[in-house]
Design a protein around this ligand. Sequence first.
Ligand code: FEO
Length: 409
Amino acid sequence: MTQELTGVKIADRVYWVGAVDREIRNFHGYLTSRGTTYNAFLVLADKITLIDTVKAPFYDELMARISSVIDPAKIDYIVSNHSEMDHTGCLPRVAAAVKPEKVFASQQGRAALGEHFGAGLEVVAVSDAQALDLGSDKLSFFETRMCHWPDSMVSYLHGPGVLFSQDAFGMHLASAERFDDELDASPLEHELAKYYANILMPLAAPIKKALAKLTGSGLDFKLVAPDHGPIWRRNFPRVLELYERWSGSRRTRKAVVVYDTMWQSTRKMAEAVGDGLTAGGATAVVMPLEGSHRSDVATEVLDAGALIVGSPTMNNQIFPTVADVMCYLQGLRPAGLIGAAFGSYGWSGEAAKLLSCMLDAMKVEQVAEPVRAKYVPSAEDLSACRELGAKVARRLTEAYPVRFATPPP
Ligand code: FEO
């Protein structure tokens, strides 16, 4: 049986017409365990307006959902809030089919769309705080540069009070439900944190600026409709609170110990580091890379106060999985971390020193020289690892007295 693809009414004369991608697991390096959605919205004002489109392979789904509401040829305007191709991949094809009067984007969005799709797609640039008259309603645009790309903007529909927030406040979560109050809050908060950690963490300063702009606007956000995941109808205040916390790099007395191992030696060292952390009053999250994805490590680092990294030396280098996660974390630029490095080796033992250099490059405050163990860690080596964990715990206690972001029930 073919699934019926219909638009979903989310407010008076506003419909969700996006696509659900349940199968995606790799979103440019981010493990999307619960799939995702590419949200697009149809506004049935006098000037019928489509807000964003979807990833190219989902063109038919978008058009089917629009067609369940209106004839797509009746669309007057298309607004592109963000030019990344998960939201614009099928924009040229939609524009060719619909022949809208105008396609709107921010100044930077106009340039980016031209660079993506060439001169065939005519785009009108709008400026910050500009309003677009839709006849029976009004749409206002607000630039939110670097949330997520330089072109990013959000649009606010005045009548029903809907903020179309593109990537901001979104998450990778495929579901049949369209609203936050139809879903369990716990996975929602986890996926919101994972999205922030993996997509938005390096952009804290522009996010703070965008939050100040939106909260200072005086607008009433009855619905907040991001381009991924559910629409916020009930709990947007909690989302704002979390974004304030994350963009402010508010950290806790939690240490992430991430490692990989060849012959269990670095694993034994990691466990000893974890024991030292716990004995010192910190929370230890020990993550073997055999089974932990880089994007899950980033999610744990989001509110952690410390990052401790372990690797065996292989061919004079860091173990490849550890190098991968460190390269990824370096790009996400977590601020204010305390840390340390450790690792086992057989001959020359470069890995722990190389990790220490990478932590320096990330501006991580290291509490001690790297701890290294030859072949198999001795009782003294494991004691040194416990002491390393304890040192990090002491420094964490000084720097970040809050143990848990959310106190246990
Ligand atoms: Fe969902 Fe930055 O694109």
